[in-house]
Design a protein around this ligand. Structure first.
Ligand code: GLC
Length: 473
């Protein structure tokens, strides 16, 4: 089985969110299941020279997008046994930053066309092209319109994965023909609410649509979660399913992780405590009082549930809990958390930014990890926390619901609450704090969390089943 992954970011080359982690890990896990996977991403200016040095030039050819004939170079590099292709076009991708340009629709329309064109020029003829999020949503659309009957392409199946339905790639209707190269006869594929909606096109034509947790696959049939696409998804339910992401157990391993202060295992919890002490020193938090440390590593945006945290922030502190937060995003939240750190020295530490090394130290050093998301397609941070023995407190939504069970139940690995309600969240935090002081039971919970299997193995098996079904293999 040959699978080509098309995405806009991938660890270790370029990352702005969880999508990159998935693209960096899933192909490797699929190869362990005897699939042959390759990945194709744009060659951004932000890809570091140390990776560029490892790349080899393969070929170049023109890509036709409407009336434009565009240069497309292909480079390749192999990491952990997986071959990555890089689409080179300096006009589109040699820029500061990854997304957020006035011509993103055109940049990713070009990339999507280039993905299909590349197949003609490389020694890899995929059975499946697996696309991720709106940036590659036009791949299945172009396949349907321009490639399905081209020799060598007839048997290709397309899979489209929604990592977050909030970002759909919606542009003005007028961009459809000139910018995206969609002929008038096919406009209904993308037309949604008077816009050109790229994700809508992919949902229409892909052979399978997946999302990153079984619960989110159900949630997005509901208007509260679907950002307008629930009606369409209900009609495509026959080809929709949810497969929970995993995490890379080699990359996230407290026993070997070079980024944390001190390595430890489930049998050496004092080793974890040593991390907490060092982080508290570095962050000027009071360690000596022995109270629990609650970590948050998050984008500071609305759907992460930060309004709940804001509402009861001081109640959390009044329960004798210290807070360490790392994140960046909306100014409103950034200034709120900065102010809290200023007002509560020794109890609250806030770092505004996206600093992977510090994130890792927070995962390892905290006792509790809070994710009260309003919606969370999968979420990786709660799984990383489990691996480092940091007990997650989550709202029961999307992948949070599928990976964390309340320890009031028989097999609990964390604390959960159901309603999007600040008092319910506070109650879950209070229960966690109370158990924290019951040392023998707390130790058992931490060990149980660390043994919980969040690896890609199970998910990769589910994807293999899906691919086999499509290829009748
Ligand atoms: C998106 C989602 C997140 C998910 C990630 C990887 O970033 O918001 O929940 O874990 O994609 O699939």
């Amino acid at each position: 089985m040959k699978i080509l992954f098309a995405a806009s970011e991938a660890v270790p080359f370029i990352a702005s969110g969880g999508l990159a982690d998935v693209i960096g890990a899933l192909p490797k896990a699929l190869q362990a299941k005897k699939a042959e996977c390759r990945v194709i991403i744009p060659l951004y200016a932000g890809i570091k020279p140390e990776w560029r040095e490892k790349m080899r030039y393969v070929t170049n050819f023109p890509v036709q997008l409407g009336w434009r004939s565009l240069y497309c170079g292909i480079f390749e590099a192999v990491v952990d046994g997986v071959k990555y292709y890089f689409v080179d076009n300096e006009y589109y991708f040699k820029r500061d930053g990854v997304y957020g340009f006035y011509d993103d629709a055109e940049r990713y329309a070009f990339f999507s066309k280039a993905v299909l064109e590349t197949i003609k020029h490389i020694d890899f003829k995929p059975d499946i092209v697996h696309c991720h999020d709106w940036q590659t949503a036009l791949v299945p659309v172009y396949y349907q319109l321009y490639y399905k009957y081209v020799a060598g392409y007839e048997r290709i199946k397309t899979v489209f994965t929604i990592h977050n339905i909030q970002y759909q790639g919606k542009y003005g209707y007028e961009t459809m023909s000139e910018v995206m190269d969609i002929p008038p006869s096919a406009k209904s594929l993308l037309d949604y609410d008077g816009c050109a909606n790229m994700m809508k096109g992919a949902i229409e034509v892909s052979d399978k649509v997946t999302t990153v947790s079984p619960t989110y696959a159900k949630e997005i049939l509901n208007p509260w979660y679907a950002h307008g696409l629930d009606y369409l998804l209900r009609s495509k339910q026959y080809k929709l399913c949810g497969i929970l992401n995993g995490i890379d157990n080699d990359q996230y391993n407290p026993q070997t992780d070079p980024l944390i202060y001190q390595n430890y295992t489930a049998d050496d919890l004092p080793g974890k405590e040593a991390n907490k002490k060092r982080l508290c020193e570095d962050m000027h938090l009071n360690y000596e009082d022995g109270t629990p440390l609650l970590g948050m590593v998050t984008r500071l945006v609305g759907h992460k549930g930060l309004d709940l945290v804001k509402y009861v922030f001081e109640d959390i502190l009044n329960r004798g809990i210290k807070i360490v937060l790392l994140g960046s995003g909306e100014y409103f939240y950034e200034s709120f958390f900065r102010e809290m750190a200023y007002r509560h020295p020794g109890q609250v530490a806030v770092t505004i930014g996206f600093i992977p090394d510090l994130a890792r130290k927070i995962y390892a050093s905290s006792d509790l990890f809070l994710m009260p998301s309003k919606s969370e397609p999968c979420g990786l941070a709660q799984m990383i926390s489990l691996r480092y023995g940091t007990i997650p407190i989550v709202r029961e939504t999307g992948g949070l619901k599928d990976s964390i069970q309340d320890c009031g139940s028989l097999h609990g690995n964390g604390f959960t609450f159901q309603s999007y309600d600040a008092q319910d969240m506070l109650w879950a935090i209070t229960r966690a704090k109370d158990l924290f002081y019951d040392k023998p039971n707390w130790g058992n919970l931490v060990r149980y969390a660390m043994a919980y299997d969040c690896s890609w193995n199970r998910s990769a098996e589910s994807y293999m089943g899906l691919y086999r079904e499509l290829c009748n293999a």
